[in-house]
Design a protein around this ligand. Structure first.
Ligand SMILES: [Zn+2]
Length: 427
């Protein structure tokens, strides 16, 4: 398609994608018997991954750059006035959670790299710069999306004091790798210099795989709120306190857990999710009536209005249960992130290209957070999902079939070609 239009051959070489995935999946292994990857942000393995990527970028005759947040770029800057136009960015991240699989983030970076290699080799004239990016610490060793947050200009010095689970601060981790942490504050890209951001990522859920579809076109990324809730009753002897005279905090939690599906039905939408992921019964002895329960509540939706409605409904339900069970309740809001939409023009572009390529696709929300969420606050954003076999992710089991990876790569290339040849800015 693009071939005949341009008179130049721009083609993905899928064997190079396969080779890159294989090479990158060797970086961050701890032992022969453990299939997981351990490439957490600013560890030696993560830095080795970044060096590997810089080598690939140089090999492909792209301009290698790393910024103060440790983000890695590979750029194609066209000649003349086009060099000054806002850039198209494509990428994701190569850091991992502990005991990770091989594709989360990395697939988007490897496919982005191949798209740039293909475009570079074809000599297709570009109307604007094109950049591959791998953002630092998407997975959250230090609070998640540090690289994209710095790139978008949203960090302050206090961010550098954030600590990982072992008590090491982000500053310390960067220093130990020879990086100057304060330089992260200079990583912000000036406003108006990013035309658009495209990210390909594995779905990390079962929807595409179970429907037999090859790609997902993300319409929006869910927002969420996270509460830490405490129900307080009276701890008492399990033998001597009659049932009707108890203020049993655990029964309050049980009541609440049962109400979740009703609340989602009445106040939620099609994409609402609510999860109690942790719970602690106190004082925690078998022969004591629970005096307190502390639990997490994680609620997600793609609509800000629905999230607000769910907040009210959960608060009301907790207060009614507390009254009925003679408990007190309180909660802290640990985080609250607004949902964000993909750019409607990019969604349309992606859909047109998917149709032209004859791909089986669907429009869908993203239930997981991504760098794209951060980028969408400063530039038009589009996302492509590839199917996760069995819906598995954050696990060595995570996989996408080669055919589906190739389908995602072809779609990514088509949309990038459209963007980099379009002299009209999206921003
Ligand atoms: Zn990811």
């Amino acid at each position: 398609m693009s071939d005949s239009r341009l008179g130049a051959e721009v083609k993905i070489d899928f064997s190079r994608i396969k080779r890159d995935i294989a090479e990158l999946s060797k970086i961050g292994r701890r032992s022969e018997v453990d299939p997981g990857l351990y490439r957490m942000a600013f560890t030696d393995a993560d830095m080795e991954g970044k060096r590997w990527l810089l080598n690939r970028i140089e090999e492909a005759d792209l301009l290698p750059v790393s910024d103060g947040a440790g983000n890695i770029f590979g750029k194609i800057i066209p000649e003349g006035p086009a060099a000054k136009k806002p850039s198209v960015l494509v990428g994701s991240h190569i850091d991992t959670v502990p005991c990770a699989g091989t594709l989360d983030g990395s697939l988007g970076v490897v496919i982005g790299l191949e798209c740039l290699r293909a475009i570079r080799a074809s000599g297709v004239p570009l109307a604007r710069p094109l950049e591959l990016v791998a953002f630092s610490d998407e997975e959250g060793r230090f609070g998640a999306m540090f690289g994209s947050e710095a790139f978008c200009g949203f960090i302050s010095p206090s961010r550098l004091r954030e600590r990982d689970l072992e008590g090491i601060s982000l500053s310390e981790a960067m220093l130990s790798q020879g990086l100057d942490p304060s330089a992260a504050l200079d990583a912000a890209r000036p406003r108006g210099t990013v035309d658009s951001y495209l990210e390909l990522h594995i779905e990390q859920g079962p929807v595409l795989d179970s429907a037999g579809e090859q790609v997902g076109i993300v319409e929006n990324i869910t927002g969420l709120f996270k509460w830490q809730v405490r129900l307080v009753g009276d701890a008492n002897h399990a033998g001597t306190t009659p049932m009707e005279m108890r203020n049993d905090a655990f029964i309050g939690l049980a009541d609440f857990a049962h109400e979740i599906s009703r609340i989602l039905e009445e106040n939620g939408g099609e994409h609402s999710r609510a999860t109690i992921g942790t719970a602690q019964i106190l004082p925690g002895s078998a022969n004591t009536v629970p005096g307190m329960v502390e639990f997490s509540l994680d609620v997600r939706d793609t609509s800000e209005a629905i999230l607000e409605e769910l907040k009210n409904a959960f608060r009301k339900a907790l207060s009614a249960i507390a009254r009925r069970r003679k408990l007190k309740f309180e909660f802290d809001e640990l985080s609250s992130i607004k949902p964000i939409d993909a750019d409607a023009r990019l969604v349309e572009n992606l859909e047109d290209c998917a149709k032209n390529l004859g791909l089986r696709y669907r429009r869908m929300p993203s239930g997981a957070a991504h760098d794209a969420q951060m980028l969408a606050r400063i530039a038009p954003m589009g996302m492509i999902f590839t199917p996760s076999r069995g819906g598995r992710s954050h696990s060595p089991e995570e996989w996408t079939s080669w055919e589906d990876m190739e389908a995602g790569a072809r779609l990514c290339l088509e949309v990038l070609l459209k963007r980099v040849q379009d002299p009209k800015d999206l921003i």
